[in-house]
Write a protein that binds this ligand. Structure first.
Ligand code: 6PG
Length: 468
């Protein structure tokens, strides 16, 4: 007999949807699943045996299983599949029902869907879910945004299934409209930046310092036990020990040196440009993934141009310097993401609470790291802090390590190793720090060729000169 009165439904029983649903069932909630694939429905029912769960391939039957007003989560690929599910669900739902898009949808699509559904008296939530398969099953970080009153209905479920840090749930209502998906997008932009930075430290330690995979494992493992502790550091240490099933090599050495992307990092950069907020490390991370995919050009250039001889005689303390360089760059990468969130909060009226965002990123998500505790403290002390590096404690950490950031970049440059992520972090820092930038010249050039006018240091107003 079909179940009835279930607490929450899930459309899409792929890995993420199924795991999140099972996580809810583990916490005592009754759950219903819908998928067009009968095998997925069957396997969910088998896994949820003994719990109050129903699953079906029939949308009508699915909707009938849920308690009113219904709460339905979707975990389907971003884009057209989300609209297809909404189209399928709408005639079956009643006003007041809540639909939650828990995929990585573009925030502008979320705004459109939000508006269209609100006009029909449905509630719609865009919610970022981070933590991959295992996060979904055992505690993700979740970033919901949309109508606040509807959030209260699902709050207990979301808080129960989320990751916890010192008993604090890694989920909170973030703001109206597409606030949740925006915050998740920037989370992914920071994720791209951090992954790029870690890969650069790998490149230098492998090709310049000549570290073996086992030694690299040791370095990242040590880093993960200190201030650099975080999920990406932890998995990086593990990666260098993973054996390949198909050969007797370590897996890292048989993986192609090309990084693909689903697009969230690119969206972060695109919107940063739109908002005129500098996010150069995220831009560089996206560009370097794109460059890695241009394999034919890479092969031709590799044949055509000589690589510099490895010139550096690295001092024994170099690994320590690389650690510090990465640490400074990591802080500056989070700073760019946080600054983008603040700009978006103003531009899109999200009313974001920066401390809350740092709080829910401390556990469950891909960019969780001990550093987020410091970031949280910075915003707790000054909620409208315009730039993270201006926080005295965080600024001190950067300034104590910036000489090592320069040394790392110098080592990379001398040896022909691309280190765009670290370079962009240093450039971002130096540009803010230097007190003067050469943009008087750019003003002069614009006025020279286009009569665009310029401003002066000694008088207010705009001026034009007949340049000779
Ligand atoms: C997460 C991840 C997750 C996914 C991204 C990254 O927070 O759990 O960010 O959303 O891994 O889609 O994918 P790409 O690198 O392909 O953009």
């Amino acid at each position: 007999m079909a179940e009835t009165n279930l607490d929450i439904g899930m459309v899409g029983l792929g890995v993420m949807g199924r795991n999140l649903l099972l996580n809810m069932a583990d916490h005592g909630y009754s759950v219903g699943g819908l998928d067009t694939d009968a095998a997925k429905v069957k396997s969910l029912l088998a896994e949820a045996a003994g719990k109050k769960a129903g699953a079906t391939t029939d949308a009508k039957e699915f909707v009938a299983m849920l308690r009113k007003p219904r709460a339905i989560m979707m975990l389907v690929p971003a884009g057209k599949p989300v609209d297809a599910v909404i189209r399928e669900m709408m005639p079956l739902l009643s006003p007041g029902d809540l639909l939650i898009d828990a995929g990585n949808s573009h925030f502008k699509d979320t705004d459109i869907r939000n508006k269209a559904l609100a006009e029909k008296s449905f509630h719609f939530f865009g919610m970022g879910v981070s933590g991959g398969e295992s996060g979904a099953r055992h505690g993700p970080s979740m970033m919901p945004g949309g109508p606040k009153e509807a959030y209260e209905r699902v709050r207990p479920i979301l808080e129960a299934v989320s990751a916890k840090v010192n008993n604090d749930p890694c989920v909170a209502y973030l703001g109206p409209g597409s606030a949740g998906h925006y915050v998740k997008m920037v989370h992914n932009g920071i994720e791209y930046g951090l992954m790029q930075l870690i890969s650069e430290t790998y490149d230098v330690m492998k090709r310049v310092l000549g570290l073996s995979n086992e030694e690299l494992h040791g370095v990242y493992d040590t880093w993960n036990r200190g201030e650099l502790n975080g999920f990406l550091m932890e998995i990086t240490a593990g990666i260098f020990r993973q054996k390949d099933d198909k050969s007797n090599k370590l897996l890292i050495d048989v993986i192609l040196d090309v990084a693909r992307q689903k697009g969230t990092g690119q969206w972060t950069s695109q919107d940063a440009l739109e908002l005129k907020v500098p996010a150069p490390t995220i831009d560089a991370a996206v560009a370097m993934r794109d460059l890695s995919g241009r394999e034919e050009i890479r092969a031709a250039a590799n044949k055509m141009f000589q690589s510099p001889q490895i010139v550096s005689r690295p001092e024994p303390v170099m690994i320590e310097k690389i650690r510090n360089a990465f640490h400074a760059a990591m802080i500056i990468t989070y700073a760019q993401g946080m600054a983008q969130l603040q700009a978006a909060s103003k531009a899109y009226s999200y009313g974001l609470n920066m401390e809350l965002i740092a709080r829910i990123w401390r556990g469950g998500c891909i960019i969780r790291a001990s550093l987020l505790e410091d970031i949280r403290n910075a915003y707790r002390a000054k909620p409208d802090l315009p730039e993270l590096i201006l926080d005295p404690a965080i600024g001190k950490k950067v300034s104590e390590r910036v000489a090592d950031l320069r040394a790392f970049i110098k080592l990379a440059v001398e040896n022909g190793i691309p280190a765009a992520g670290h370079m962009m972090c240093l450039t971002y820092f130096d540009a803010y720090r230097s007190g003067w930038m050469p943009f008087n010249l750019i003003q002069a050039q614009r006025d020279y060729f286009g009569a665009h006018t310029y401003e002066r240091v000694d008088e207010k107003g705009t001026f034009h000169t007949h340049w000779s």
